[in-house]
Design a protein around this ligand. Structure first.
Ligand SMILES: *[C@@H]1O[C@H](CO)[C@@H](O)[C@H](O)[C@H]1NC(C)=O
Length: 291
């Protein structure tokens, strides 16, 4: 009896605390600065921001809420000119250390005229090492482009301007962990990573070109915001499991999306952990499950 009451209480508590959020308008409403306040400037009344990297500091921000599933889009204009050694990241993270889930976009800068690289990675239950890299088919520093993470219990899809560049399916039945139990926050940082980012660390930041700027706008969070203790994660998963981003049509790529995805893989993929025999003599199980 007591257990029942606790459960009912928990559910009521949960109903009050879980919010399906809609499109958002301003940075300040849904995000907070997490690193170097003075390096993040709000523009256009807070609907856009400018991130700065200089020799003193990079900077970063995070969502105020954590979300369990959803579609998160941000328009970003990356560091222009000589951006070698800089990394701009946009990712989701459960913030749970050794069992963390994480979905990463990392934009690796390059020398002027050389193509930016987009690295994606997926951590599930603390295990990452799933890097893929694509070169973009446009210069992402000339204009804003839309970068999207679509996360449901069935699949994770990373999009660049509606073009799928990475798919990670739920392969729990094959013993591959999938991020489906822990809410994740939304994060972004701009920092100095010239020890690894560009041509494996060979190209260093040219500080004479500093400060470096990246621009963000149109923060669009459509997700199930969860503010509950970890003990009610299962209940949260049940509550958050019936939103449009989990609909049938979002559980796999459509025929036209699949064509675009094949085009990306044929023409723009430059690294895939699945085919890196030196790291994985036996390909990880999710790699054998088809794209
Ligand atoms: C930078 O440009 C070089 C030369 O075109 C290319 O090999 C490399 O993949 C590019 N990206 C990074 C992050 O090094």
């Amino acid at each position: 009896m007591e257990k029942k009451i606790t459960q009912v209480f928990l559910l009521l508590h949960l109903l009050a605390e879980v919010v399906v959020s809609a499109k958002l308008t301003s940075f300040a409403q849904d995000f907070r600065v997490t690193w170097a306040d003075a390096h993040i400037k709000q523009l256009q009344g807070g609907s856009a921001i400018q991130l700065t990297l200089d020799q003193i500091s990079g900077c970063g921000f995070a969502s105020k809420s954590k979300y369990l599933f959803g579609r998160i889009s941000i328009k970003i204009k990356l560091v222009s000119g000589d951006s070698a050694g800089t990394v701009t990241a946009f990712y989701m993270n459960s913030d749970t250390e050794n069992i963390r889930d994480e979905l990463d976009f990392e934009f690796l800068g390059n020398r002027s005229g050389q193509p930016y690289t987009v690295q994606t990675n997926v951590y599930a239950h603390g295990k990452g090492e799933r890097e893929q890299r694509v070169n973009l088919w446009f210069d992402p520093s000339l204009d804003y482009h839309t970068y999207t993470i679509h996360w449901s219990p069935y699949i994770v899809i990373f999009y660049v301007d509606e073009v799928p560049i990475r798919v990670f399916k739920n392969n729990v039945r094959r013993g591959v962990p999938f991020p489906s139990r822990q809410p994740m926050g939304i994060y972004s940082t701009l920092w100095d990573a010239d020890n690894w980012a560009t041509r494996g660390g060979l190209e260093k930041i040219d500080w004479s070109k500093a400060p470096f700027y990246a621009y963000y706008k149109d923060f669009d969070i459509e997700g199930c915001a969860v503010h509950v203790p970890l003990s009610s994660r299962v209940a949260a998963a049940m509550w958050c499991g019936a939103n449009w981003w989990e609909g049938l049509e979002y559980r796999h790529l459509s025929a036209s999306q699949a064509r675009l995805y094949r085009w990306v893989r044929l023409n723009h993929l430059i690294y895939d952990y699945c085919t890196d025999k030196s790291r994985f003599p036996v390909p990880p199980p999710e790699c054998l499950a088809g794209i």
